[in-house]
Design a binder for this molecule. Structure first.
Ligand code: FRU
Length: 493
């Protein structure tokens, strides 16, 4: 084991003891110590789910990237393992950037990640190459033949400074594919696909998608998979311009749904959408579960706001709840993994609550570790109602609000009063389909976040919260005449 990895492993063991576990998110993975960004190597291996993550143990700010490592039986309750990778080779000395994991034919686990080397003469830009490490689910050995893919393997003019985030998979015939983000000669970002028979030697296959300045500048963290008879390409796009209610300015996680022909290598896009209509969801990655579900997890953070934070906590960063995916009518539906339901306790159920220009608080419906399901409909479908709002994480001073305006077919989330002192983006809207004001949502609340899954996961809104944990109120507000069905569970992890 290299000295850098050894040091990181000792450091995390000693330092994690200083962390008060109740200060962490209860059921969203946070770094063992220090800083976390992207999920990496999300996989099922050796009977457990593995999640690696972009990790800097030595401070709660981004630094030379390591890979942190955690395992779980159900994707909800995680156990930390020692750091898996440290930047300790000539080709990754300034960081082991994002990547992925697959199981090899011989039963070993294969990691592919981007090695970053800062070039002083180019203003510190990182030269990026793709590298392998082979392991047993605990310890990983970097491959002697690294790097295995470099910018020289790209079509002519591909940039070595933007070539990262390999996401591998195994085909049914046992061969391997990987998608990687890059930037071509013309300056446009692309997703390229390489193929391999043994996971070690890789050949360029095709340019799967290209940006042409439509959706941000550089794309990061691509993922590509077949689901429900379609193909989905996931990217995290930097520096986007806002576009209607679809995208906000800055970095967005975006998906394309389309068709793909392996013979010609052509991916035909049919539509693009935001993977999340909240504020904090980026760099998402998926895996297949043993029972065939496609599950996505994202970094629950907006990269634009990490430098604005006011908290000096020894850990920073958290993952979203893992989400089961399905594709219907060109839309990627997302629901919290079903394993979460096992942690529901103390149900409080109120059915057919009629509200007429009223505010409602219900005894027993409060808390910050909450799984809440709400259905709203108009008392009179012809007359409808004007507005529904649900406030949560509230007290006299703070609240965050989910709102639905049936006449405009718009949902929104607003954390203006959530306690963030320096947040710039604080409000998002999204279009939503409904019949006569019928809408349902499920909200998952943890100590520092809310994820709202609307209409069975057709749209999701994710926000992080800095609201003091004592702010536990949940209330409902209706303008007009509506009927609510409410189910609330406490989540006990
Ligand atoms: C996305 C990203 C990746 C990169 C990693 C570095 O958040 O910029 O493109 O591999 O973070 O930590």
């Amino acid at each position: 084991m290299s000295q850098a990895l050894n040091e990181a492993r000792h450091y995390e063991e000693e330092t994690e003891l200083q962390i008060d576990e109740t200060e962490r998110p209860a059921f969203h993975l946070s770094p063992r110590i220090g800083w976390m960004n992207d999920p990496n190597g999300f996989s099922f291996y050796g009977g457990k789910y593995h999640l690696f993550y972009q990790y800097y143990p030595y401070s709660s700010h981004w630094g030379p990237m390591h890979w942190g490592h955690a395992v779980s039986d159900d994707m909800i309750r995680w156990t930390y393992l020692p750091a898996a990778l440290a930047p300790d080779e000539s080709y990754d000395r300034d960081g082991c950037f994002s990547g992925s994991a697959v199981t090899m034919r011989d039963g070993k686990q294969l990691l592919m990640y981007t090695g970053a080397v800062s070039e002083k003469e180019f203003g510190g830009a990182f030269v990026q190459t793709q590298n392998l490490a082979v392991g047993d689910g605990l310890d990983y050995v970097k491959y002697k033949g690294n790097p295995v893919i470099t910018a020289a393997d790209l079509p002519k003019g591909g940039s070595p400074y933007d070539f990262r985030d390999p996401k591998m998979w195994r085909e049914e015939d046992g061969s391997y594919g990987v998608v990687i983000a890059c930037r071509n000669e013309g300056g446009y970002t692309q997703v390229v696909l390489f193929r391999s028979e043994d996971g070690m030697r890789w050949d360029f296959d095709t340019v799967l998608a290209e940006n042409h300045d439509r959706i941000g500048r550089m794309w990061e963290c691509p993922d590509f998979f077949r689901l429900d008879g379609k193909y989905v390409l996931l990217v995290s796009a930097m520096d986007m311009l806002p576009s209607g209610m679809e995208y906000h300015s800055g970095n967005n996680c975006v998906y394309f749904v389309g068709e793909y022909d392996r013979e010609t290598g052509i991916f035909t896009e049919e539509c693009d959408h935001a993977a999340d209509y909240g504020i904090d969801f980026y760099a998402a990655q998926t895996t297949l579960t043993p029972d065939g579900r496609r599950v996505m997890i994202g970094w629950m953070q907006n990269p634009d706001t990490t430098s604005l934070r006011t908290l000096t906590h020894p850990v920073f960063g958290q993952m979203s709840i893992p989400r089961e995916l399905s594709v219907r009518d060109g839309v990627l539906y997302q629901t919290p993994v079903r394993e979460l339901s096992a942690y529901r306790t103390d149900p409080v159920v109120r059915e057919n609550v009629r509200l007429d220009d009223a505010d409602l608080s219900i005894h027993g419906i409060s808390g910050r570790l909450v799984d809440l399901e709400v259905e709203i409909r108009a008392q009179d479908p012809v007359e409808g109602y004007r507005e529904f709002r649900c406030r949560f994480a509230c007290d006299e001073r703070f609240y965050t609000e989910f709102c639905f305006r049936p006449k405009d077919s718009v949902i929104s989330i607003d954390r203006k009063f959530s306690g963030q002192r320096r947040a710039i983006i604080r409000h998002r809207e999204a279009g939503i389909s409904h019949e006569n004001g019928r809408l349902s949502f499920r909200m998952i609340l943890d100590r520092y976040s809310a994820e709202v899954f609307v209409n069975g996961g057709e749209k999701v809104m994710t926000v992080t919260l800095e609201t003091p944990r004592e702010a536990e109120g949940i209330s409902f507000h209706v303008k007009g005449k509506a009927i609510l069905n409410i189910k609330k569970y406490r989540l006990e992890i």
